[in-house]
Write a protein that binds this ligand. Structure first.
Ligand SMILES: [Fe+2]
Length: 168
């Protein structure tokens, strides 16, 4: 399975309490940010959520995912440890998407600007096989080709709880 929607009680309240506690830089950078994991892990609202969902023994790290207006991330596979992610919408997530793809290419290392690399497939070789609106919490597969898409004029922010086991 590529994704599984879940219910979080009082999600709006969770978002409202969490947003003012986030580092200001999280709203300006582009990408996936694990560097605040220890800090996020200590926030009461997050602790409560982890407890409710019974995830405390499964967390690898917690990241923030920030996406600028009118942007689409490269089609990739997450190469690090976690098996699965619980993605929770935090800000401006309505009408933004996570997509999955199949490819006739074997995924490979692709080099972009500044000699940065990612593990993925060329867009031309890919066919979209699934898509979800990222406005609800979902367990998502990060080990299949995927990307994010924000077609809006606003920055999008997600909380990504990276798990050592798959919940799919
Ligand atoms: Fe990813």
């Amino acid at each position: 399975m590529l994704y599984k929607k879940i219910q979080i009680d009082e999600l709006e309240l969770f978002q409202k309490k969490l947003l003012p506690l986030l580092p200001e830089d999280a709203f300006k950078l582009i990408g996936v940010f694990p560097q605040w994991s220890d800090y996020l892990m200590e926030i009461q609202e997050i602790k409560k959520l982890i407890h409710q969902l019974n995830l405390h023994n499964k967390i690898d790290y917690i990241a923030l995912i920030s996406m600028p207006p009118n942007s689409e991330s490269p089609i990739h596979i997450d190469g690090d440890r976690p098996e699965c992610s619980l993605n929770i919408p935090l800000l401006n997530c309505k009408n933004t998407f996570m997509n999955w793809y199949s490819s006739n290419q074997t995924p490979k290392e692709i080099t972009v600007e500044d000699n940065k690399t990612y593990f993925g497939a060329d867009k031309d070789s890919c066919t979209k096989i699934a898509s979800i609106e990222m406005n609800d919490p979902y367990y998502v597969s990060i080990k299949e080709l995927h990307n994010g898409h924000n077609p809006n004029d606003t920055w999008r922010l997600l909380l990504s709880i990276r798990l050592t086991t798959s919940e799919l």
